[in-house]
Design a binder for this molecule. Structure first.
Ligand SMILES: Cc1ncc(COP(=O)(O)O)c(C=O)c1O
Length: 392
C-alpha cells in the first residue's frame, strides 16, 4: 500500500491562505447540524433511555434505517429486501468488502480511466490486475469495454453519476448497453452511486441497479449497488450501504462482523431520524448551493483559462476535470500552485490504475464559495499560462 495522496493533500486545506480545490468534500456550512443535534437529544431524552442506542447491535444494520434504505431504493425502481441490504461504514467499506468478496491475487478487475482513487485503494490489497477502459463524454467506450469483458474480469466498477474524478455521467443509452454487455459476459457491475442525488441540471437517470431490476422483475441480479449518506447528509456519521443479491450480502455481513461488528448504533439511529425528516428538503438545498459553485467554476474557466486547456461540464457532483496541454504535468503544477499562488487541487494521475493521465488535474468546487472559486481559477490560470511551453 502507498499513502493516500488525497489524504496528504487534505492537510493543506487547513492553511487559510490556500484556496483548495483538492478535497472532494461537502461544505460543512451546509451540514444539517440542527437536525443532527435534535436527533441526538431525542435519543437521550427518550423514555426508554439511551441504553439501546449506546449498545452493540446487529451487523446487518439498524432495522428502521435498512427499511428506509429499502424504501429509497424502491423509489429508484430497485426492490431490495432487508436481507439484501447491509449498512456499512460509509460506502468506502462496501468497496473494501466487495474487493474481499470477489478479488483473488491476479484476478482482473475492470475500471474506467480515470476512476475513483478510493476504489483502487480498496481493491488493491487483494492484488487484482486492472484493465482500464477509456471514457468519452457518455461513459466507458463500448469497444474497449467489450475487449475488457472478453478477458473475463471479476467485475466492472463504475461511478455512473458525475464520476469522481472527471464529472462524467454515463448516458441512458450507454447504461443499457453496459448492462447488456456485462450480462452477456456474466460479469457483475459494481455501481457506486455516491453522488447520484447531486444533479444540478438535466433529468435524473435510472441507476444500473434500477435498469437491471426492471429487466428481472424488480430485483437486480447483475449489479451490486453502493450508496452513501456522506454527500447528501454528513460524512462523519460514517453511514453508507450496499444492496446486493442475498447470497453476497450474507457473506458481507460476516465481513462486517469480522471488521468492526457494526456501524455505530447511535449514529445509525440519528441518521435514520434525519433522513426520515429532512432528506428531500436538504438535498434540494444542496443542489441549489452546489450548482452555484459549479457555475462559478465553469464561468471562471471560460473567462480565464488559457488556450490549450480543456475541461468537463459536469451535470452534478463536485468535480471539474481539467486536461492541460500535452507535456504539462499535474504534479509539477500542484507543487508550483501551492508555493506560488496558494491554490491546491489533485493531480489526475492518481485516478488512473495505469498511472497515465499525467497532464490532468481534478478540481473540486463543493467546499469553496463562488468568489473564492473565481479567484482560485484566475490564479491557477495565470500559473498555467506561465508554465505553458513557449511555442517554437
Ligand atoms: C465515488 C466515491 N465512492 C465512495 C466514496 C466513499 O464515501 P463514503 O465512504 O463517505 O460513503 C467517495 C468519497 O469521496 C467517492 O467519491
Amino acid at each position: 500500500m502507498s499513502a493516500s495522496e488525497i489524504r496528504e493533500l487534505l492537510k493543506l486545506i487547513d492553511r487559510p491562505e490556500i484556496i483548495s480545490f483538492a478535497g472532494g468534500i461537502p461544505d460543512p456550512d451546509f451540514f444539517p447540524t440542527a437536525a443532527i443535534a435534535r436527533a441526538y437529544e431525542k435519543v437521550f431524552q427518550s423514555n426508554t433511555g439511551a441504553g439501546g442506542a449506546l449498545q452493540y447491535t446487529i451487523s446487518e444494520g439498524y432495522g428502521p434505517l435498512r427499511e428506509w434504505i429499502a424504501g429509497y431504493m424502491a423509489r429508484k425502481g430497485v426492490r431490495a429486501g432487508m436481507d439484501e441490504i447491509l449498512v456499512t461504514s460509509g460506502s468506502q467499506q462496501a468497496l473494501e468488502f466487495i474487493g474481499k468478496l470477489l478479488i483473488g491475487p491476479g484476478d482482473l478487475v475492470a475500471v474506467t480511466k480515470p476512476t475513483y482513487l478510493g476504489a483502487l485503494q480498496a481493491f488493491s490489497p487483494y492484488e487484482p490486475t486492472y484493465v482500464s477502459i477509456a471514457m468519452d463524454e457518455d461513459g466507458p467506450v463500448l469497444a474497449e469495454l467489450e475487449e475488457a469483458l472478453a478477458a473475463k474480469p471479476k467485475f466492472l466498477y463504475l461511478v455512473p453519476d458525475f464520476q469522481n474524478p472527471n464529472g462524467t455521467t454515463v448516458s441512458l443509452e450507454r447504461r443499457h448497453a453496459i448492462l447488456e454487455m456485462c450480462t452477456a459476459h456474466g460479469v457483475p457491475v459494481v455501481e457506486d452511486a455516491a453522488y447520484a442525488e447531486l444533479r444540478y441540471e438535466g433529468e435524473f437517470l435510472p441507476s444500473l441497479a434500477g435498469i437491471d431490476a426492471a429487466r428481472n422483475g424488480g430485483s437486480p441480479t447483475q449489479v451490486i449497488h453502493c450508496g452513501s449518506f456522506s454527500k447528501t447528509m454528513v460524512p462523519a456519521l460514517r453511514v453508507g450501504w450496499v444492496a446486493a443479491p442475498k447470497a453476497a450480502v450474507e457473506r458481507m455481513v460476516l465481513m462486517k462482523q469480522a471488521a468492526d461488528l457494526h456501524v455505530s448504533t447511535i449514529n445509525q439511529i440519528v441518521m435514520h431520524d434525519i433522513v426520515g425528516s429532512i432528506f428531500d428538503s436538504h438535498v434540494k438545498r444542496l443542489r441549489g448551493a452546489y450548482k452555484e459553485r459549479r457555475d462559478a467554476m465553469l464561468q471562471a474557466l471560460a473567462d480565464f483559462a488559457p488556450e490549450g486547456v480543456t475541461w468537463t461540464r459536469p451535470q452534478g457532483g463536485m468535480f471539474v476535470w481539467i486536461e492541460l496541454p500535452e507535456g504539462m504535468c499535474g504534479v509539477t503544477l500542484l507543487e508550483r500552485a501551492i508555493r506560488e499562488v496558494n491554490v491546491a487541487f489533485v493531480p489526475g494521475a492518481a485516478f488512473f490504475a495505469d498511472r497515465s493521465g499525467r497532464n490532468t488535474i481534478r478540481l473540486s468546487f463543493s467546499a469553496t464559495p463562488p468568489e473564492r472559486i473565481r479567484e482560485g481559477i484566475r490564479r491557477l490560470s495565470t500559473l498555467v499560462r506561465d508554465a505553458l511551453p513557449v511555442a517554437a
